[in-house]
Write a protein that binds this ligand. Structure first.
Ligand code: HEC
Length: 118
């Protein structure tokens, strides 16, 4: 009886080990983190944070509702969002600073070469 339960324990351990190492492999095989894209990330940040001033039909500032203008002005955009409220040229004008996460998403998007599809 003792021997039987020992054998059962050994088998249980072996199964657990196989299960664990199997799941580890599954994690390692996961595809790399998806790149930040215009449609997936940038567009939403601009619409949320740069409205209404930079949205055509609502404001009259540089239109930040399209890929091309954002790409062309990316250095000025990054420079401004990295300033602090009150500093000359700071954006979003008279609104709270963007989160570090949002700023990093925009910088990574530029570094990655402006991915444009999800
Ligand atoms: C409440 C209105 C308002 C919001 C919100 C706002 N801006 Fe602006 N933006 C302005 C004004 C006013 C100017 C012109 C003054 C200046 O150049 O500093 C300007 C100018 C700019 C310029 C220079 C080009 C131009 O039109 O003269 C850039 C680039 C810019 N903003 C980026 C942004 C970004 C990026 C956001 C969102 C994260 C944002 N702004 C949010 C009002 C706003």
């Amino acid at each position: 009886m003792k021997r039987l339960s020992l054998a059962a324990a050994v088998i249980a351990c072996a199964c657990l080990f196989a299960y664990c190492s199997g799941s580890k492999k599954a994690v390692a095989a996961k595809p790399p983190v998806t790149a930040f894209t215009y449609e997936g990330h940038i567009q939403k940040i601009m619409t949320d944070k740069c409205s209404p001033c930079h949205m055509p039909g609502k404001g009259n500032k540089l239109p930040l509702d399209n890929f091309e203008t954002i790409k062309t002005n990316i250095d000025d955009i990054i420079r401004r969002i990295e300033l602090n409220p009150g500093e000359r040229g700071y954006m979003p004008f008279k609104k709270p600073k963007l989160s570090d996460t949002s700023i990093n998403i925009i910088k990574t998007w530029k570094a990655d070469g402006f991915p444009g599809v999800i």
